[in-house]
Write a protein that binds this ligand. Structure first.
Ligand code: GLN
Length: 543
């Protein structure tokens, strides 16, 4: 195997966009004809982010093979189109669980189990596992250099760099150059310190990616190069941008991909074709109109909690050459009767995924408003469940319809799933079981009803989409729900699980049990988002 490894670390502050940097580099290497994989090493102790609050850690990104992962994996997919896997994200928690399980089995044959070499070996094994013919594996190390938790990861990549040699390993460090107004200068000292910190654990980065809000003067680049022991042309400016999709083109203009390829002795002087990215950015910067979409959810305080959704809506806009203005609304607002007026004039309403009872009556009211006023409605996962409860209560003769997620009920139109099929395997869950990694996760097939709206939108009889849920619309209520105007337009292949519903009497009212936003790409907008924005565009012409 001749995969080359590019390790991306971050310094000075967090939130520098290491994930976007790694993703954009991946897309540039692809444009030069190379096969890439991207991986994320997260230093926190959770086994995976599945149990973390989205308002703390951002969205949980789900892969086809059912892993609950860091949201950066979403960027990796959106920039490279390469489907991520369980093996692309690891945390300290997972590494330690593996090491401790091995110790309990007696696999260490009496050795004292230590961070070095046992934990670092486990990290190195993870980094090199599950790769076949990739030319590059880009590994992003979460956190900031200097964090206590990062140390075993930095030690592991230091060792790996040594073992692989320079021909097969490269260290890229992302830092910040703050602009100090009173001095009228970009300051290089934090970058110098951050590189020093890396050096103290034995890592000399070969390329620096310097985030800054303005161009970096030549003199500053020279200075950084000098102090950090890095060639000046390998000090790359990463300037602030209006859209993340311009990053690949910007990096290319700054010579990032050229320097990476030169480092490995692969540079051939050819200009990669970046028209894909240029087209996307052109469509975003010069839209032909705009639509207003209200997102009625619970985790609206931190936009990262709906990262993929936000991007998928932008992709829907790109497909229709529309700017999509998002109005994030906390659903609790709608628990007051008069508040629905806030939705007056929006061209589409989206209720996204969510957990727990708080704010649900507001979501139900938003679904009702969309149904009655014939405003395009897109219910995703929880948003589908809420729309079904709304229809059951108000049109289906099930007045106390609810979800068993909120407590025991004799009218649980949405109920806990205890058994379902994964391929030909039966999955079983019990009430009160462990919460981590036990939902219905990952890709499942869904059969589409011929003649339905969703069948026309996808243009396929069967689709595969990613799931993350514990509750499901109860098929036994089919009769009442059909009476309430809902069409069961998508079912699991065994016919047991309602995966999609739509309304006959409405221009665009679709609920889906899965998360289509996870698979949307800027260069391949998801059909449901494309269609939803198109419906919103029609709506905008009516109001
Ligand atoms: N809480 C719901 C369930 O577990 C919906 C989950 C979601 O929206 N992802 O089924």
């Amino acid at each position: 195997m001749t995969t080359r490894f590019i390790f991306v670390t971050g310094g000075v502050v967090s939130s520098l966009g290491k994930g976007i940097a790694a993703s954009a580099l991946g897309s540039l290497l692809q444009a030069s004809g190379y096969k890439v994989r991207l991986r994320k090493l997260d230093p926190y102790l959770n086994v995976d982010p599945g149990t973390m609050s989205p308002t703390q850690h951002g969205e949980v990104y789900v892969t086809d093979d059912g892993a609950e992962t860091d949201l950066d994996l979403g960027h990796y997919e959106r920039f490279t189109g390469v489907a991520t896997r369980q093996s692309d994200n690891v945390t300290t928690g997972r590494i330690y669980s593996t090491v401790i399980a091995k110790e309990r089995r007696g696999d260490y044959l009496g050795a004292t189990v230590q961070v070095i070499p046992h934990v670092t070996d486990a990290i190195k094994e993870f980094i090199r596992a599950d790769l076949t013919d990739e030319d590059f594996c880009i590994c992003e190390i979460g956190g900031t250099v200097g964090d206590i938790e990062s140390l075993p990861f930095l030690e592991a990549i230091r060792q790996l760099g040594n073992e692989l040699g320079e021909e097969r390993s490269l260290f890229v460090h992302v830092t910040l150059l703050p602009y100090i107004k009173t001095a009228g200068e970009l300051k290089t000292k934090p970058t110098q310190h951050s590189v020093k910190e890396l050096l103290s654990v034995g890592i000399q980065p070969q390329i620096l990616l310097c985030r800054s809000d303005r161009p970096i003067p030549e003199a500053e680049r020279r200075k950084i190069g000098l102090f950090c022991n890095i060639k000046q042309e390998r000090v790359i400016a990463a300037l602030d941008v209006d859209t993340i999709y311009v990053v690949p083109t910007n990096y290319h203009e700054q010579g990032f991909d050229e320097q990476v390829l030169r480092y490995f002795g692969l540079y051939d002087g050819k200009t990669p074709d970046l028209s894909r990215w240029q087209n996307i950015v052109a469509r975003m910067r010069e839209p032909e109109g705009e639509v207003n979409i209200a997102i009625v959810g619970k985790y609206t305080a931190l936009l990262d909690s709906y990262k993929s959704l936000n991007e998928a809506l932008i992709h829907g806009g790109i497909a229709n050459k529309m700017r999509v203005n998002l109005q994030w609304i906390d659903s609790e607002v709608f628990e007051r009767e008069d508040a629905v007026q806030q939705l007056e004039g929006v061209h589409g309403i989206l209720v996204p995924g969510g957990f727990g009872e708080r704010g649900t009556e507001g979501k139900i009211r938003a679904a009702q408003f969309a149904r009655e006023r014939k405003i395009p409605y897109f219910g995703i996962c929880f948003g589908m469940q809420m729309a079904v409860i709304e229809a059951a209560r108000h049109l289906g003769g099930v007045p106390r319809a609810t979800s068993s997620e909120f407590g025991a009920s004799d009218q649980a139109v949405v109920g806990l799933m205890t058994e379902w099929m994964r391929g030909d395997q039966l999955e079983i869950r019990k009430q009160g079981g462990n919460l981590g990694g036990t939902m219905r996760l990952g890709a499942y097939a869904c059969d589409l009803l011929k003649g339905s709206k969703v069948h026309a939108i996808y243009g396929q009889d069967q689709i595969s989409e990613r799931h993350r849920h514990r509750y499901e619309v109860n098929i036994n209520y089919r009769e009442q729900l059909e009476k309430a105007g809902l069409v069961f337009c998508g079912l699991s292949p065994d016919g047991a699980l309602p995966e999609m519903v739509e309304r006959k009497d409405h221009p665009w009212f679709i609920g889906v049990q899965f998360h289509p936003e996870l698979k949307s790409k800027p260069f391949a907008p998801h059909p449901l988002f494309r269609s939803f924005i198109e419906a919103a565009l029609h709506q905008s012409r009516l109001v």
